[in-house]
Design a protein around this ligand. Structure first.
Ligand SMILES: *Cc1c(COP(=O)(O)O)cnc(C)c1O
Length: 369
């Protein structure tokens, strides 16, 4: 089986993990945690990094820290993983959806302004699959309407927007270290920010809102979202090789692009935009409308050839869980639906060989020629 993704753990991961075991420091109090937080924050030009149990938890705590109320609205793309929208709903606020662009697969920033109402409090930018959202217009809107920006950079380690690191924009940015992300810690996530009040708040929320005066007395409800020394050990070793990982991802992206661009019935990820060069977190493929095949058809055919794939995200306005909550009734986001029906991504793990890529390319040629 050619797997859709596999992490590369061939750096100092084992060495640092061994150090944890030998010194008996495996909990969140171990010294690798602080080190990983500060090193990671530095790579994205942020003052504070707070490591957490997952990217989804990072979104939960980020949204919670804004103290939103029931009537507040938060703008977010329909084409995303469920996490940011779930986090909005858990605060009691209302998600307001935006459609996405069929070429960049990112949210249509030009649609945001007409969705802003007096109730709008924040915008969540979600960078998708390897190219960032066009951030400058969002920052302008946030200034004009006094809105908070949360940047979901879960897929963007090592990416930049106009030369500045993704994760350095917005009031709060979050990352994920799930095994298919550019840097993994098994499970894990991080909030980065320059605001000390937000950082303090998140540090309290992640640790059950303990207070220094008297342990086991609480004034607020928090979470246990603590990150272990074991995770940080792996994270530090991964971070040391981020540049190599990004270089490798880009090489794979270029190779697939070169070999697949003659297939007329599919569109490939944009190699670049005016503001960024693709880092190919995943290598997505969108089947063109004139081709009758759906992503599901192609996923099945590739599975028969032992090639693992994943479908694109499923739009938030069509999620059964939200329909049950009577959210997004009669709303339509056409491009998000097209991407869900026609999009899938192919193997692009860091250990993938050119030989394996050739097998994938041949299989796609068989299907689409
Ligand atoms: C992976 C991902 C998340 C969630 O991260 P987890 O660590 O898996 O919880 C959130 N947002 C985006 C855009 C992601 O790709």
């Amino acid at each position: 089986m050619i797997l859709v993704n596999e992490p590369d753990l061939n750096g100092n991961e084992l060495k640092y993990l061994t150090e944890c075991i030998k010194t008996n420091w495996i909990s969140c109090e171990g010294s690798f945690v602080k080190k990983f937080e500060s090193e990671f924050a530095k790579t994205v030009n942020r003052k504070f990094g707070i490591a957490l149990t997952s990217g989804s938890t990072a979104l939960d705590l980020a949204l919670h820290s804004l103290a939103l109320s029931k009537n507040d609205e938060v703008i977010v793309p329909s084409f995303t993983i469920i996490s940011p929208v779930a986090s909005i709903i858990r605060t009691g606020a209302t998600p307001v959806l935006i459609d996405s662009n069929l070429e960049t697969w990112n949210m249509n920033v030009e649609d945001i302004e007409r969705k802003i109402t007096p109730k709008t409090k924040a915008i969540i930018i979600v960078h998708i699959y390897g190219l960032p959202v066009d951030i400058d217009p969002v920052i302008q809107l946030a200034k004009k309407y006094n809105l908070i920006i949360i940047e979901d950079a879960a897929e963007m380690h090592g990416q930049t927007y106009k030369g500045k690191p993704c994760g350095s924009f917005g009031d709060i940015s979050i990352f994920s270290f799930y095994p298919n992300k550019h840097i993994t810690t098994g499970e894990g996530g991080m909030i980065v920010t320059n605001d000390i009040e937000i950082a303090n708040k998140i540090n309290s929320l992640k640790n059950l809102c303990f207070v220094p005066e008297r342990r086991f007395v609480h004034y607020e409800l928090g979470w246990n979202a603590r990150f272990t020394n074991l995770q940080a050990a792996i994270g530090l070793a991964q971070l040391e090789r981020l540049d190599i990982f990004i270089k490798r991802k880009r090489e794979m992206g270029k190779y697939y692009t070169k070999k697949l661009s003659h297939l007329k019935s599919i569109s490939l990820p944009l190699e670049s935009t005016t503001y960024a060069e693709n880092i190919y977190w995943v290598f997505g493929i969108l089947i063109k409308p004139e081709c009758k095949l759906t992503a599901n058809d192609v996923i099945k055919k590739l599975a028969e050839k032992n090639i693992q794939t994943r479908p694109f995200f499923y739009p938030m306005h069509l999620q059964p869980v939200f329909t049950k909550m009577k959210l997004f009734k009669n709303e339509e986001y056409k491009n998000s639906e097209i991407m869900a029906n026609k999009g899938f991504y192919i193997p692009s793990g860091l250990n993938l060989t050119y030989q394996q890529m050739d097998i994938v390319i041949e299989a796609l040629e068989d299907i689409f020629a």
